[in-house]
Design a protein around this ligand. Structure first.
Ligand SMILES: NC(=O)c1ccc[n+]([C@@H]2O[C@H](COP(=O)([O-])OP(=O)(O)OC[C@H]3O[C@@H](n4cnc5c(N)ncnc54)[C@H](O)[C@@H]3O)[C@@H](O)[C@H]2O)c1
Length: 331
């Protein structure tokens, strides 16, 4: 049976889709090309999957469309579609967060309710912890989100788990911690830092750079998602998925400067509302039950993201000059 991947054109969803396809799995991918970043960027993420014979793309907005037919035909739903990002979750855009995170998840759960043997793996977030009670943070810590985004991710997580308790659905929630790697969303820190550093522009950071994150390489997240789809102990559980170590933003900037071979010009602005000081995952539960072992070091993962960014920029330059040549020859 095919796996259903919601948010397949996104950063993490596109990596998961490719990993499943390359293992011979049929995949039905759903995405609505939400406007949190460019459609071209998302289409590029999907390029390889779209060329694969085992992939079917369904352009549906989960907050509106009905996916029951696809849920019925799948034994696992990986639910990654969401409105991500802490900072834009204030103000008017909150309604979009509610819609894409809470309403969309409820629709998917209603569809899954009629097919209770289909497992639903939900992409939750470390943002549910807010300023956590303790570090490293256990799944049992009281969630107290510090941003509207965190509230919507927690609400959807609760929905997944209450459908488990009421209807015995096979729902699992994975709390991802700051994911990075090739195709990282353009609004995310590493992506912004790398482009600025390669352009020779100032790197803008919010706060003093001493804030720490448990950075997690995207392939490790994909491994956790796949393990959660298989493990017999997973239904009803919440698992932290972190990178295994935490690093400060200042340390990341030092690594980038070392990799590109020149010092970075850094411009600091005050920290923004919703940003927590630290995150750190206790991953013992995922290790014990999902055999989760983060394999990428920050240095290695960052270097892969840098290489990918350099190649992407070269491709964009080439595409631009091709279209310039084409328009000149048409004149
Ligand atoms: N990237 C991280 O560091 C991180 C950390 C914690 C949790 N997460 C969670 O992981 C998931 C994937 O994050 P990402 O960074 O890949 O984000 P992303 O924005 O790159 O991918 C999400 C995709 O979902 C799609 N989408 C949004 N609303 C939709 C809807 N109503 N119907 C259909 N498709 C819709 C978007 O178009 C997008 O392609 C999200 O649920 C996010 O909350 C991400």
């Amino acid at each position: 049976m095919p796996a259903l991947v919601t948010g397949c054109a996104g950063f993490i969803g596109s990596h998961l889709t490719e990993a499943l396809l390359s293992d011979g799995q049929d995949v039905v991918g759903v995405d609505c090309f939400n406007d949190n970043y460019g459609r071209t960027h998302k289409l590029r993420n999907l390029e390889r999957a779209l060329a694969h014979e085992r992939f079917e793309f369904v352009p549906v907005d989960l907050a509106r469309g009905d996916l029951e037919e696809f849920v019925a035909a799948s034994d696992v739903v990986f639910h990654l579609a969401a409105e991500p990002g802490v900072r834009s979750s204030w103000g008017a855009r909150f309604e979009t967060y509610l819609r894409n995170n809470v309403v969309a998840t409820q629709h998917l759960l209603e569809a899954t309710r009629r097919h209770p043997s289909t497992r639903l793996v939900y992409a939750s977030s470390s943002s549910v912890y807010g300023d956590a009670e303790c570090y490293p943070t256990l799944e049992t810590a009281t969630p107290r989100p510090y941003s509207p985004y965190g509230v919507t991710k927690l609400a959807a997580e609760h929905l997944c788990l209450l459908y488990r308790r009421n209807f015995d659905l096979e729902t699992v929630a994975l709390r991802f911690f700051s994911v990075y790697g090739p195709r990282q969303r353009p609004d995310m820190a590493f992506s912004r830092f790398l482009h600025a550093a390669l352009d020779g522009d100032p790197v803008h950071i919010l706060g003093d750079g001493g804030q720490t994150r448990d950075f997690t390489y995207v392939d490790d997240v994909v491994a956790a998602l796949r393990a959660a789809a298989e493990a017999s102990s997973a239904p009803g559980r919440i698992y932290n998925v972190g990178g295994g170590t935490r690093a400060s933003v200042n340390h990341v900037l030092e690594l980038i400067a070392g990799m590109i071979g020149h010092p970075l010009e850094i411009e600091r602005a005050p920290a923004e509302h919703g940003d927590v000081r630290d995150t750190s995952a206790d991953i013992q539960l995922a290790a014990a039950e999902l055999d989760y072992r983060p394999s990428a070091s920050l240095e290695d993962g960052l270097s892969v993201q840098l290489d990918w960014t350099v190649k992407l920029r070269a491709q964009l330059v080439e595409t631009r000059s091709q279209s310039r040549r084409a328009s000149t020859s048409l004149r």
